[in-house]
Design a protein around this ligand. Sequence first.
Ligand SMILES: [Zn+2]
Ligand SMILES: [Zn+2]
Length: 174
Amino acid sequence: MVESSEYPKIRQWIFEACQANGVPSLAQEIRIELNNRLTDTFGMAKYRDTKLTIATKIWALANEQQKKQMIMHEACHHVVFLKYRGARAHGKEWRWAMERVGLRANRCHDVDIRPLRKQQKRKRFIFNCPCQQYIIGINLATKMFNGQKRICTKCKKELTYFGKVDYSGTIQPT
Ligand SMILES: [Zn+2]
Ligand SMILES: [Zn+2]
């Protein structure tokens, strides 16, 4: 999660990025959105509704510098979209914007997300038949979600999806 005590700091970083690029009023328009599932990317700039999306799972693993780098990276995408609509996402206009705030124009974050990968591997799914419950790994579960049928060895009835086992081992019906 993003602690509520972190919001003033985030807003300040957004403001600094906008101000350094001559568009301080843009900062108030940028809305912060949290995404609790996203792990492919640390942040996203959504232009249509001027949102800055934070992947909270990666946020939880990031240090202050990495958080600041990501927030300003995404804020600079919004700056570029406002000032040079149609410019390439990580093109020269964006690199200039990052230089103006005094940050490296890195395309990718450097947060160590190995703890998330381990958790994903451990992910288990629960399938039920009329007589028992099956805990199934992600590979087979993916095939079953895609239509592969499995039959209970005892009652010979088809297994149906029930829910996920979360990282702490708790069963979550979905
Ligand atoms: Zn980017
Ligand atoms: Zn059965």
